[in-house]
Structure formats: structure tokens, C-alpha cells
Design a protein around this ligand. Sequence first.
Ligand SMILES: CC(C)(COP(=O)(O)OP(=O)(O)OC[C@H]1O[C@@H](n2cnc3c(N)ncnc32)[C@H](O)[C@@H]1OP(=O)(O)O)[C@@H](O)C(=O)NCCC(=O)NCCS
Length: 170
Amino acid sequence: MKESKFCKESFVVKTSIVLPPDTNSYGTLFGGKLMAYIDDVAGISAMRHARTSVVTASTDSVDFLHPIHQGNAVCLEAFVTFTGRSSMEIFVKVIAEDLISGEKNICALSFLTMVAIDENGKPTPVPAVIPETEEEKSLFDSAKQRASIRKNRRKDSEQRAKTYGIEASL
Ligand SMILES: CC(C)(COP(=O)(O)OP(=O)(O)OC[C@H]1O[C@@H](n2cnc3c(N)ncnc32)[C@H](O)[C@@H]1OP(=O)(O)O)[C@@H](O)C(=O)NCCC(=O)NCCS
């Protein structure tokens, strides 16, 4: 395994056109569809970085900042910004483009955490990240703070899972 890798080595771009089966009754891209795209590109980016299988451990909040209309191109960009031992933070940027006017808008930004797993499904080490551009450096420098928020959120979720249990679903 390489000791460290550049962000550009995990860079992923996916562009598609928004067609009627993927829209809601307002003619804009269905939020769940966009979240599936976000998870897809983050997973591919993490696998390019780790060159192992990966699972999604968490997705930070996704704010839908701008609607993506039927007929727009939707472009997702993703790269690994920071790593722990086995976890990778992936930054995903979603840009919509009106293909007639050329107008572009950032529609969502998201951070996901993917964990590299070995053949037994256990977390396995990943290379470190070397940020190069200003954007990469700024995301790298702020990553530890986001990781600490996630750690607390995970503890809260685990506690809530114990509190509420599975009785209601029986
Ligand atoms: C994510 C998962 C592999 C963690 O495994 P685990 O045995 O609990 O291992 P650990 O507690 O040592 O965590 C491993 C790493 O994941 C990170 N992690 C675990 N849960 C996390 C969460 N909710 N958010 C962010 N990071 C998380 C840990 O911080 C640790 O990072 P590090 O190795 O860089 O220090 C395990 O909880 C799992 O398989 N979850 C289900 C994943 C899944 O099925 N995803 C698809 C969605 S349906």
C-alpha cells in the first residue's frame, strides 16, 4: 500500500442529464436520487484512494441549495480530503447546468465518511492524503474538527439505538 496519495488521485466526476423518471411532481430531481449519486461518487473516490472495498459509515447533512430541473445536466465532483486509520472523508460538490443558457449553480455540498474494509469485512488501513490546491488544503485543515463532530454524533446515535431499541418494529 502507498503511504500517501494526492487528492487528485481520488478525483471523480460524474455528469448526467435529468430525465423524467428521476424527477418529482415539481419537475426537479428527486432528492433521494441525488443522494444515491452522492453515495456512488464518494464510494468510487474512496476506492480509488484505498484500492480496497469500502462501506459508507456516515453522511453529513445535505442541504439542497438550488433545484435541479428536468433537462439540466447534473455534475458531481468528489475527492478524498482527509483520512484516519481506516476512514476517509470525501467531499462531494453537486453542480447543475442549464444546458441551453449555460447557467451553473452549486446545488449541494456534502461530506461522507467511507471505511476501507478487508476480505473479512474488518476496517483496514488507508494511505494518508497530500493536499495541494488551496481548496484541498482548506478542507484538509478543517477535517479534524468535522471528524470530532461525527464522533460525538456516532455516540449519540449509538445511545439512541439503545434507548429506543427494536420493540416498535416487532
Ligand atoms: C463503519 C463500520 C465498518 C465501522 O466498523 P467498526 O468495527 O465499528 O470499527 P471502528 O469503530 O474501529 O471504526 C472504524 C473507522 O470508522 C470510523 N467510523 C465508524 N463509524 C463512523 C461514523 N458513523 N461516522 C464517521 N466515522 C465512523 C471510525 O472513526 C474509525 O475510523 P479510523 O479507523 O480512521 O480511526 C461498521 O460500523 C459498519 O459496517 N457499518 C455499516 C456500514 C454499511 O453497511 N454502510 C452501508 C449503508 S446501508
